[in-house]
Write a new protein. Structure first.
Length: 204
């Protein structure tokens, strides 16, 4: 419902003044050093980087079943859904951009994928890591990253504010939904020991 509301407000132009105000505010922040920092952050939300991190979580025995499998499912669904949504809405990108980007603008793929990936990891950290001195910094980092990634897309002018908001909403919905579904499947599939051991058992 929140995504639908964001889509309607954005694509009907209702958020036009808000998007223009955000763009004007960010224009005042542009500096060479800021641009260099934003390049690193926006790269962290790119498909190759998130795909590599997902593969790493799946390959490492210590993270495969607690993190890798559910995060991989979240990331794959997010990537596929974003392509479908972009094709459905077909919103052009802003005319003035600091970096070259192609394709449609709504919703932001970086914002959606970043939120889906990092929030999924944050939820799993909250559920699986008991030592606070490790879990709290990791959790905070994973919550901040998608916000910074979305901001970087606005900074470079490759998306409107509505695109990023919609991406965040969609990514958060997917991360929470897959996390809940994974817990349900964990309980439902305990009777099927082979499948449960492959996807859910924490033994390596």
């Amino acid at each position: 419902m929140l995504f639908t509301a964001t889509a309607v407000l954005t694509l009907t132009g209702t958020l036009g003044s808000f998007e223009a105000a955000v763009s004007d505010l960010i224009d005042q922040m542009i500096t060479p050093s800021m641009s260099n920092a934003m390049k690193i952050i926006t790269c962290a939300g790119s498909f190759p980087v998130l795909c590599g991190l997902t593969v790493l979580l799946v390959l490492l025995p210590q993270t495969r079943k607690r993190f890798g499998c559910p995060v991989a499912v979240t990331a794959m669904i997010s990537a596929a859904l974003n392509l479908v949504l972009k094709y459905c809405f077909q919103r052009p990108r802003p005319e003035v951009m600091l970096i070259a980007e192609t394709g449609y603008s709504f919703p932001s793929g970086h914002a959606q994928s970043g939120m889906a990936f990092f929030l999924a990891v944050a939820l799993l950290i909250f559920c699986n890591i008991g030592r606070l001195k490790y879990s709290v910094p990791l959790f905070v980092f994973c919550m901040l990253m998608p916000l910074l990634i979305g901001f970087s897309r606005l900074y470079f002018g490759v998306h409107y504010a509505g695109d990023v908001l919609a991406g965040w909403v969609c990514g958060a919905f997917l991360a929470v939904s897959v996390n809940c579904l994974w817990k349900i499947l964990d309980g439902k599939l305990k009777s099927r020991q082979g499948i449960h051991r492959f996807f859910f058992s924490r033994s390596t």
